[in-house]
Design a protein around this ligand. Structure first.
Ligand SMILES: [Fe+2]
Length: 372
């Protein structure tokens, strides 16, 4: 025997600690389950591990992670050993599959893999619902022991908790995002002519951030800030917001206050961690590099990166869209106007990123939007 029992336990414990550390770091479910499968294969010294999840829709088990297989494996949840473990919710050790009539040979025939022995453990979530099975196949030396089965049960319950936690996080994120979008729709509903503005600004700000190689966390904050940058317009009366033609100085100062309202409203939302900068990014979308912007007249380095990016996207979208008082500008005219504002109104890198985006998608040629 390669390892004495005492050593196996020590190695298993170390592996569980490694898995736990990884779980607290990684947020992507597929990477986590892949890690759980590969650690399990190492510790139990098997040829492969497979994690099957249950699809309620089709009543099938399907391979979420299948080591050594590029194709998805899918079969009826009432079929084979996996199906039997899924239904009975009890771990099963098969030391010789040829002796078991429940073993489904179809999968081996399809994949070309030969199964000799296996342990299959149910994956039961914290609410007591079986959501799949964890299978380890072909012990490389000797055969499976009861201790191996115990270890697989521990890993299966880790897998269940991990899947539930990530699903919960994902559903909370979806709910949060849909609420933010509902807020955006509610402000867009004020004026049919500017409807879609915030969504278009969000798209363009995302492209600019991508072309500037901004990190993923900051990009997410920019995404929410762009969606909500004009939310403060909710406090601006219709008579000013929808007024065709010129507006008076007093009306303009009321309109400009939408930025302060945005900041106050967004500051009341508990944006956490990487999203903490959302209110600040949104509050900077009318600031200018030369300090002539509003509300605070900040100069270049004082303006947040999110504010600089949304400012470019906002003006670009506003000029290319139809307004109460004018027709839309062409893409070429708009981008040239924005380029002429580099260093005074706009951040150079943000403008170049937008220009590169339109050149890349073939909407403009470099000579149409010269830099000098
Ligand atoms: Fe605005």
């Amino acid at each position: 025997m390669l390892l004495k029992n005492g050593n196996i336990e020590a190695i298993q414990m170390k592996s569980l600690l490694r898995i736990n550390r990884a779980i607290s770091r990684v947020r992507d479910l597929y990477s986590l389950v892949t890690l759980l499968a590969s650690e399990t294969s190492k510790v139990l010294d098997v040829e492969r591990s497979t994690v099957f999840l249950y699809s309620r829709k089709t009543d099938e088990l399907w391979s979420y992670v299948a080591e050594g297989e590029s194709e998805e494996i899918r079969f009826s949840a009432s079929q084979g050993i996996a199906g039997s473990v899924f239904r009975n919710e009890k771990t099963l050790i098969l030391r010789d599959v040829s002796e078991n009539e429940r073993f489904n040979r179809t999968i081996d025939r399809t994949t070309g893999f030969i199964t000799r022995n296996m342990i299959t453990a149910p994956i039961i979530n914290p609410s007591g619902v079986c959501i799949g099975v964890f299978q380890v196949i072909n012990k490389k030396k000797g055969n499976f022991t009861d201790k191996d089965a115990e270890f697989l049960e521990i890993v299966s319950s880790e897998t269940a908790v991990t899947i539930e936690n990530v699903r919960l996080l994902e559903s909370r994120k979806r709910m949060f995002e849909s609420l933010i979008k509902a807020l955006t729709v509610s402000i867009e509903a004020r004026d049919p002519l500017t409807a879609g503005h915030s969504f278009d600004v969000t798209f363009l700000a995302g492209k600019i951030a991508e072309y500037m190689n901004i990190d993923a966390d900051t990009r997410e904050a920019i995404y929410y800030a762009a969606l909500l940058h004009d939310y403060g317009k909710i406090a601006v009366p219709d008579s000013i917001l929808k007024k065709p033609g010129n507006i008076s100085e007093d009306e303009m100062s009321i309109l400009k206050k939408h930025v302060q309202h945005t900041k106050i409203i967004l500051s009341s939302i508990e944006f956490e961690g990487k999203l903490e900068q959302v209110p600040l990014f949104a509050a900077h979308h009318h600031e200018r590099i030369d300090g002539k912007g509003y509300p605070d007249g900040l100069i270049g380095p004082e303006i947040s990166i999110g504010g600089k990016i949304i400012a470019v996207a906002d003006v670009f979208e506003a000029l290319t869209a139809k307004r109460h008082y004018r027709d839309p500008y062409s893409l070429k005219k708009t981008l040239n106007l924005i380029i002429s504002g580099i260093g005074t109104q706009f951040d150079k890198d943000a403008v170049l990123a937008l220009r590169n985006y339109f050149l890349d998608i073939g909407k403009l040629k470099p000579e149409e939007v010269p830099l000098d």
